[in-house]
Write a protein that binds this ligand. Structure first.
Ligand code: IPM
Ligand code: MG
Length: 370
């Protein structure tokens, strides 16, 4: 059997830096755990635009469709702000999600004990937190038609986007959330705005339908997304799995990142339907963006991308034990106080560079071998 294949798209800003550290981790697994990958690298985002005039070349899209998993860094930067909307770096990422049909975006928010004091919330609110946000990723207002900016013929303009969901789109992401809850604490909270949006009413009804017909043992609750976000910052440990649409999931997951201490800690997995080999179509990426303000300075925290690779080990390659090994290694590094600037308090000593952080994770992995 051939090795599993990985396509690495480091992208823009801090993407290449955090990916370089993740490469060290991948190499470590190849050397020490005999887990070999066929790795190829390509361009996405602004760097792809610079070379191809588009943020994702067709050949790269094709490769992404063929590999077992895509590992992505980040896209975007001020250099590309003036570009036409259709070729903005973000469009490359959205094309990958859409064409690979990665409808279930898993965004775990876990608070490592060593970081509980870095949250903007009190330690007791976040310590030990472990929630999973499942965000619908291929539909909703991100992709709905009609969309665009037109003249209103009275000297003004009209901006339009459409929130649109179908039964099957809601049911499949609901199933992904219920499946996860079955392996966790058995609870799902679904969030929408059924009080103001018809698409929210449909969302609530379809999630309830999947529950009643297929997962009656899971405890299901519903919240309006505004109240849900309030509950996330008030008492986040009440949640196990949260399932929500594309836009609300985007907002909720950025807010939830603050419960963990830093946006630099949050990984994600975007999963689609199973391929012929049984593995799901998959893309793994940190939740943070390209952070152009700190790019190239060795300040970026590589943990979110490294932890995204851990998610790849778990969800694409069925190597849950190896994923846990890597997560424990990251936790051990944090516990030793080795931290990038995003995890330092004022006057907290000399921060580690991106590369030092990666090296520390490798050292911690070495220790797991005994
Ligand atoms: C995310 C990001 C993206 C999104 C951007 C970069 C298009 O914010 O993955 O959360 O809005 O989905
Ligand atoms: Mg976002």
């Amino acid at each position: 059997m051939s090795n599993p294949s990985l396509l690495i798209l480091a992208g823009d800003g801090i993407g290449p830096e955090v990916m370089a550290e993740t490469r060290k981790v991948i190499d470590w697994y190849e050397r020490n755990r005999d887990i070999r990958f066929d790795v190829t690298e390509d361009l996405v985002g602004g760097c792809a635009y610079d070379v191809h005039g588009v943020p994702l070349a067709d050949a790269t899209m094709q490769k992404a469709q063929e590999v077992d998993a895509v590992l992505l860094g980040a896209v975007g930067g001020p250099k590309y702000d003036a570009l036409d909307f259709s070729v903005k770096p973000e469009r490359g990422l959205l094309r990958l999600r859409k064409e690979m049909d990665l409808f279930a975006n898993l965004r775990p928010a876990q608070c490592f004990d060593a970081l509980a004091d870095f949250s903007s919330l009190k330690r007791e609110v976040v310590a030990g937190l472990d929630i999973m946000i499942v965000r619908e990723l291929t539909s909703g207002i991100y992709f709905g038609e009609p969309r665009g900016i037109t003249d209103d013929n009275e000297g003004g303009r009209i901006g339009v986007n459409t929130q649109r969901y179908t039964t099957s789109e809601i049911r499949r992401v609901a199933r992904a959330a219920f499946d996860l809850a079955q392996k966790r604490d058995g609870r799902v909270c679904s969030m929408e705005k059924a009080n103001v949006m018809e698409s929210g009413i449909l969302w609530r009804e379809e999630v309830q339908w999947v529950h009643d017909n297929e997962y009656p043992d899971i405890q299901l609750s519903h919240m309006y997304a505004d109240a849900g976000l309030m509950q996330i910052v008030r008492f986040p440990k009440q949640f196990d799995v949260i399932v929500t649409d594309n836009l609300f999931g985007d907002l909720l997951s950025d807010a939830a990142s603050m419960l963990t201490g830093s946006l630099g800690m949050l990984p994600s997995a975007s999963l689609g339907a199973p391929m012929a080999n049984g593995r799901p179509k998959a893309l793994y990426e940190p939740v943070h963006g390209s952070a152009p303000d700190i790019a190239g300075q060795g300040k970026a925290n590589p943990c979110a991308t490294i932890l995204s690779f851990a998610m790849a080990l778990r969800y694409s390659f069925d190597l849950g034990d190896e994923a846990a090994r890597l997560e424990n290694a990251v936790e051990a590094v944090l516990a030793k106080g080795i931290r990038t600037p995003d995890l330092m308090q004022a006057g907290g000593g000399t921060p580690a560079t991106t590369a030092q952080m990666g090296d520390a994770v490798i050292a911690a992995l070495e220790e797991t071998l005994g």
